[in-house]
Ligand binder design. Structure first.
Ligand SMILES: [Zn+2]
Ligand SMILES: [Zn+2]
Length: 136
């Protein structure tokens, strides 16, 4: 099991099950939402993700360009926690930087690389997709 939470500590959550690999998203919306060069996301089955504390601090922002894409963050400290997509109802995408433990997982891929920050060089050999990763 993994635990995580927001910067102010108001929100705590748990993830059970074997973690997937991490996906790095370089799209402009993720860059703005994280304030960094990319978002590091972990796809988790909705049933495996539980808010343990601070449900009342969760606030939502729906994407203005992708209908049904919801970013959920702490309204006290602004930490991004998860995102959800109406078209993928069984999955939440946990922002990996909010996990508490040293978290050993591999990175799977880079996506939306066409929109990446000019000042960030990708130096690894992982798969890179200009747009969304291809659906399996
Ligand atoms: Zn917080
Ligand atoms: Zn993105």
């Amino acid at each position: 099991m993994l635990t995580g939470g927001c910067l102010c500590g108001g929100i705590q959550f748990q993830v059970v099950g074997q973690p997937n690999k991490i996906q790095l998203c370089h799209c402009q919306q993720c860059r703005k939402a994280q304030g960094g060069p990319f978002a590091a996301n972990l796809a988790v089955n909705t049933d495996d993700f539980t808010i343990v504390k601070g449900e009342e601090f969760l606030s939502e922002f729906e994407s203005q360009t992708i209908a049904g894409k919801i970013r959920i963050f702490c309204r006290c400290c602004g930490s991004p926690i998860i995102s959800k997509l109406d078209s993928s109802p069984g999955v939440v995408r946990v922002r990996v930087g909010t996990l508490d433990e040293p978290f050993a997982s591999d990175i799977a891929l880079h996506q939306f690389v066409a929109y990446k920050a000019q000042w960030w060089d990708i130096t690894d050999e992982l798969p890179k997709y200009d747009e969304a990763r291809p659906k399996k």
